[in-house]
Design a protein around this ligand. Sequence first.
Ligand code: GLA
Length: 379
Amino acid sequence: MSGIISGFETIYNRTPDAACFAPGRVNLIGEHTDYNGGNVLPCAIHLGIRCAAACRRDRWLQFFSESFPDSGVIVYQLDDLRLQGCWADYPVSVIRAFSAFGYRIENGADFYFSSDLPDGAGLSSSAALEVAVGVMLRTLFSLPLTQQELALIGQFAENRFIGVNCGIMDQFASAMGKRDHAILLDANSLSFQYAPLENASLVIVNSCVKHSLASSAYNDRQRECETARKMLNVPTLCSLSTEEFDSSSGKITDNTCRCRARHAIYENGRTIDAAKALINGNLSEFGKLMNASHTSLRDDYEVSCTELDFLVDTAQRIHGVYGSRMTGGGFGGCTVTLMEKSSEKEFITVIKQEYSRKFNIIPAVYSVTVCDGAGIIDF
Ligand code: GLA
């Protein structure tokens, strides 16, 4: 915490007006369902983005990130918010999205960021950055925005300006997280419910695989789902139950699109069942649904990779593990594993050993604390 304050002071030679923390997220189940109008079950995690900021009297915007020190301070002007092809395009896109939502930013500001989220690992570093900027703008300019609006603005910024057609899950989890709870979110209506996550450990393993084509492949998946939706002639894929899908899937003439739709619709069903299992404290049922989710993401949605499959297979064989799956958009990134608390130590030792033996990389492992959504921090 003191890090971002003293960092801000060193870079800008003055004291910040405010500071905030926006968490990353891990999705427990409900993958690639949000943009298909389905349910997701993420939670906000202790890793995230910290930001300190202060208003300016002129119209300059300045950005500095500890993650990109070599880029130095990046400068934009409020009257010319054209993107520059660097990381600061994310905060600038949020400022543009604020205007699009009717909240004009009249003065410039200086921003300082620090992140402990691994970049490009599928833990929503982009969403956390967007939500952090939203929280700071709301505070600096006293704007009457709810946490949910901040999530929607972040998603809009990413869809419209960054060009990734992501759903609402990541920004929603970062803004609306609740300590020790997962969020069952209906991405279609935005109605949500918190489900307690207790008596178990949640561990994230980073495969350290990054696919440069991940965002274009993500958009491809979306297009395939859209093709399937049109052939089925439904408002969203996830408006169909699994039974309705089984009796109408023949209308999807393309085999790949049929597999994508099958994943989305069955995954939506699994997510609702998983939330029930969590509420009833049935962790072994929850784990089985996580395992089934991974199989479907691997075979029908084809967003896994050898490294993720290896991590999941290894995890599922470790004593005390309820379930394990890839998490996030896929094509590399992380797995999430739910286990008995007493198995955590053994799990971490075994997974590191096996993965490094096979791929010659020691994976980063994070034992998760489930946190509240983004907000101001005192200093
Ligand atoms: C990314 C997107 C989310 C969601 C997941 C897949 O994280 O940002 O909206 O679609 O992929 O579940």
